[in-house]
Design a protein around this ligand. Structure first.
Ligand code: PGA
Ligand code: ZN
Length: 432
């Protein structure tokens, strides 16, 4: 491993895609190499996520300022990592975890730590003159013999906390599973998104978009949305080629031990029955956070009932945390995991969680947040890990497209070496 000492670390407060403050960090190495990274932010955040440090001063950005996290970077972290090897990501991340000293990174802030973790990897890649995806694969010593371009999961109807559509379910996604390349998959999804827009206009429904670029029409029932999506896919000419995925983000409509769904109080069993009936009627291939983040008993039953029919993805229940994932693996809860860097706060722990999931036969989806930036980091990370799937919102709004467009560039650069993931991450294991 080459020694790439860090000369300086500086952060600044910038604005994310919702216009709210977030952090950007710059790392400069002794050889002059430079790396910059921006941190995303969630809205339907899991309560077990690492702490995103915000100022809480109501007179300043309504409490959303990140100047405390900014000071963590510019003072404590900058002093602690000066001279450390940016090429040794694991030691660097461990040093920041030790410096913080809390279980959930609440002292320095996961946003502060992550900004430096990501920016350092970019600086190291720049110093070694390697594209980020190649550098990440090498620095984590991943022995992979292929380059997989991920299947995108594109959120085209926004509900829950991401829009005022009134829908309980947060995300309705298009998944182009039958395509010969990532670029073709994106084209298919884009055409379907435009077809969907025309259908909405023809029905006098709103075409304004939510936080992740999907439309946010007021449609009374979730079944009607599933029918609408199926119609758009068929009209665009992609029946059988584009499937549907949901992210319920169910913690957001879980109150007093019940799911408040379409204005009714439902139990986990009743929610499961609902999903089951949709799986029979629609081309649904994955359910993310179908139940609430601490409803382990409900999740266990849902997984045993539906886990052989489709992917059951844990987001808020696992929060990219290796310990929570271990419990899921042990207790047969879910069969797939959503991966978000800022839920855990370092690159090293994120990679650890992905490797643990892959080893257990769980598929991984690398994900953006609803509050994003123009930083395409997760595109490179997804390819580095051969994760197989990425979730970055609709084919609309540049902070969403930044990731998809970076994947177009990576696919071009890899040429014949690149293989499109397609249906692979959604394939169910044959019954034993
Ligand atoms: P968030 O939503 O970024 O608002 O948490 C994304 C998700 O739930 O997957
Ligand atoms: Zn989610």
């Amino acid at each position: 491993m080459k020694n790439l000492p860090i000369r300086s670390v500086t952060a600044r407060q910038i604005l994310d895609s919702r216009g709210l403050p977030t952090l950007e960090a710059d790392v400069v190495l002794e050889d002059g190499s430079f790396g910059r990274a921006m941190v995303p932010s969630g809205a339907s955040t899991g309560s077990h996520e690492a702490v995103e440090l915000r100022d809480g001063d109501k007179e300043y950005f309504h409490g959303k300022g990140v100047t405390k996290a900014l000071h963590s970077v510019n003072q404590e972290i900058a002093a602690a990592v000066k001279g450390k090897n940016a090429g040794d990501q694991t030691s660097l991340d461990e040093a920041m975890i030790r410096l913080d000293g809390t279980a959930n990174k609440s002292k320095l802030g996961a946003n502060a730590i992550l900004s430096v973790s990501m920016a350092a990897s970019r600086a190291a890649a720049a110093s070694l003159k390697m594209p980020l995806y190649r550098y990440l694969r090498e620095t984590f010593n991943l022995k992979l013999d292929s380059w997989i371009l991920p299947t995108p999961m594109l959120n085209v109807i926004n509900g829950g906390k991401h829009a005022d559509s009134g829908l309980n379910i947060q995300e309705f996604m298009l998944v182009p599973t039958e395509a010969s390349s990532f670029s073709e998959a994106l084209r298919m999804a884009s055409e379907t998104y435009q077809t969907l827009k025309k259908i909405l206009v023809s029905r006098n429904l709103s075409i304004g978009v939510g936080d992740e670029g999907g439309f946010a029409p007021h449609i009374p029932t979730h079944e009607e949305v599933l029918t609408l999506l199926s119609d758009a896919i068929a009209q665009a000419g992609y029946k059988e080629k584009i499937k549907i995925a949901l992210d319920s983000a169910a913690s957001e409509f879980y109150q007093n031990d019940a799911y408040i769904f379409e204005s009714k109080k439902l139990s986990a069993k009743e929610m499961t029955a609902r999903y089951k009936s949709w799986l029979e009627k629609y081309e649904l291939i994955s359910l993310e956070d179908p139940l609430s983040e601490d409803d382990w008993a409900g999740w266990k039953e849902l997984t045993s009932e539906l886990g052989h029919k489709c992917k059951i993805i844990g987001d808020d229940i696992f929060v990219t945390n290796p310990q929570r994932l271990s419990r899921g693996i042990k207790e047969n809860v879910a069969n797939s995991i959503l991966i978000k860097l800022n839920q855990i706060g370092t690159l090293t722990e994120t990679v650890e969680t992905v490797l643990k999931a892959q080893k257990a036969g769980f598929s991984c989806v690398i994900s953006h947040r609803s509050g994003e930036t123009e930083d395409p980091y997760i595109a490179d990370l997804t390819v580095a890990l051969n994760a197989g799937a990425i979730k970055s919102g609709a084919p609309c709004r540049s902070e969403r497209l930044a990731k998809y467009n970076q994947l177009i560039r990576i696919e071009e650069e890899l040429g014949k070496q690149a293989a499109y993931s397609g249906f692979t991450p959604f394939r169910m294991k044959a019954a034993a």
